[in-house]
Design a protein around this ligand. Sequence first.
Ligand SMILES: Cc1cc2nc3c(=O)[nH]c(=O)nc-3n(C[C@H](O)[C@H](O)[C@H](O)COP(=O)(O)OP(=O)(O)OC[C@H]3O[C@@H](n4cnc5c(N)ncnc54)[C@H](O)[C@@H]3O)c2cc1C
Ligand SMILES: NC(=O)c1ccc[n+]([C@@H]2O[C@H](COP(=O)([O-])OP(=O)(O)OC[C@H]3O[C@@H](n4cnc5c(N)ncnc54)[C@H](OP(=O)(O)O)[C@@H]3O)[C@@H](O)[C@H]2O)c1
Length: 526
Amino acid sequence: MPEYYHVIDGTSGSNGFANGNFNQKNGTSNGTSERNTDGHPNGASWFLPGSSEESYDLICVGFGPASLAIAIALHERRANARVLFIERQPKFAWHSGMLLPGSRMQISFIKDLATLRNPRSEFTFINYLHQKGRLVAFTNLGTFLPLREEYNDYMSWCASHFEDYVKYGQECVSVSPTETSGKTVKSWEVVSKSIETGELLKLSAKHVVIAVGGKPRIPDVFPQNPLNERVIHSSRYSTAVPSLLNDKDRAYKIAVVGGGQSAAEIFNDIHSRYPNSKTSLIIKGSALRPSDDSPFVNEIFDPERVDTLYTLPTDIRRESIIQDRATNYGVVRLELIERLYDTIYHQRLQNPDESTWQHHIVPLQEVVGCEENKLGEIHLKLRNTRSGSVETTIGYDAIIVATGYVRNVHETLLKSAKCLMKNSICAVGRDYRVEFSEGAVADDTGIWLQGCCESTHGLSDTLLSILSVRGGEIVDSIFGKEPPSRVESKSKHASVIEKSVRKYADAMVKDILNGMGINGKVMEVV
Ligand SMILES: Cc1cc2nc3c(=O)[nH]c(=O)nc-3n(C[C@H](O)[C@H](O)[C@H](O)COP(=O)(O)OP(=O)(O)OC[C@H]3O[C@@H](n4cnc5c(N)ncnc54)[C@H](O)[C@@H]3O)c2cc1C
Ligand SMILES: NC(=O)c1ccc[n+]([C@@H]2O[C@H](COP(=O)([O-])OP(=O)(O)OC[C@H]3O[C@@H](n4cnc5c(N)ncnc54)[C@H](OP(=O)(O)O)[C@@H]3O)[C@@H](O)[C@H]2O)c1
């Protein structure tokens, strides 16, 4: 195995990470790493530069939070590895179409990209606040749930340390074995397309992580490929809506479809963005339901729960995930539900006649059709989920489809590797490594999946909850658990200690024998 880890001295922390000698005085890392003008260590300084001629040790496809957590874990191991991240966006951005004013995180900042794995990391949210001069002010807020805007800034700050190792504006189109015709695969070809020029870039890597997140789920009832420009998926809401609906005083008619957090946040946001708008929130259920984030239930997002879940029989695991769905899917944070109820109540206060209200929640309706009229307005066909009756709505100026995400992009990217998988099924081990048929792929190479393993690894898989720990697990799986340099230095220490003990024991035996007056003779016999 090549030596990936930077040789370190005995000053590293007992936790096995490089930051053991965290400098408490200035709140930054140990004095050994270089710093940029911002006072931050030049995070990625241990990585090696790569090139298109040489094979990379690791290419991560997608540079979202999951890959960023891997970058941090790898950096903290001081890995001397040729690493590259390929990202299609022009810069780091976390669900930028949903960065709505006032929207908050759904998990505690303690579950940031480092803390649960290494609380002394320089990439903790707390160190970010400290570096930005807001640690005390943030504490005064008395919250564990930062604004999404601030968390995006935190992750962008983390990402900025790895700039030299990211190719932005590149969309990966395939990950294929470099060897074909039955030979054991020893590396992978990663092909990406420049978003700006369309030019193809071909790189090779021993290890590939695919962490591309979700793809908008747009039910078949909506026009597909291309989507009508007035039908917008929630993931593009705040970037697409301002140019489509560009008169903020107009009484736009807007429908939002879905009963999850995205739909509720957008429905709430439209009110302030377009004060004269008329909006309908179309939900399948009888009412908006709160997400269950009570403490006992929340334990399903503990890092160690992945072990328990992964080892369950498939049908029991599936049932367990379904039972816990209300922690995450098709549900809304209680505070937001209460805010929306307030809005509706205020309308009732002003006029009890519901038909005059600007904003409506339309329960028990599934969208089963979508048509545009000659004026460019869009009518929806709604089927009552209880009675089955179908009705056509008024014409809307825009439809926001907040119907969630699918996580199957890896299937497309890995099309040409399918023949190497057992029964062509993309299964992963507990360490997220794709399982190939016996002998098809060399042991020191492979593919790892992130964010698309919910059915085997549980509901935390698509979330931020365990990214820090998972980043470390991926690094362990790819580069080995214990840095070889450290193993080596440990064994060096061990042999020095062993030698001194032996010397000391020899001297003692000699002294005893001398005292007995039999000199070295018996020693020779012994
Ligand atoms: C609006 C919103 C808010 C959320 N808030 C929370 C929250 O508060 N807490 C929580 O735990 N979870 C939250 N989630 C869940 C979310 O999945 C995680 O927060 C997180 O984004 C997962 O990180 P990821 O890296 O797996 O995926 P992503 O964040 O989706 O990142 C994937 C990256 O890969 C890139 N990419 C995709 N395809 C390609 C390709 N072919 N080539 C190159 N690059 C590609 C994308 O541009 C993206 O940057 C939220 C989700 C949404 C939609
Ligand atoms: N601030 C934040 O932190 C924040 C903000 C937004 C999103 N998120 C996260 O992002 C993830 C996805 O959330 P999401 O709200 O985008 O998706 P989601 O939770 O999957 O919700 C999709 C909704 O669309 C409904 N739906 C699907 N097809 C429909 C149809 N034809 N007619 C009517 N309704 C239909 C679904 O109903 P059924 O379930 O009944 O099919 C469901 O209510 C979650 O993890 C969430 O926590 C976080």
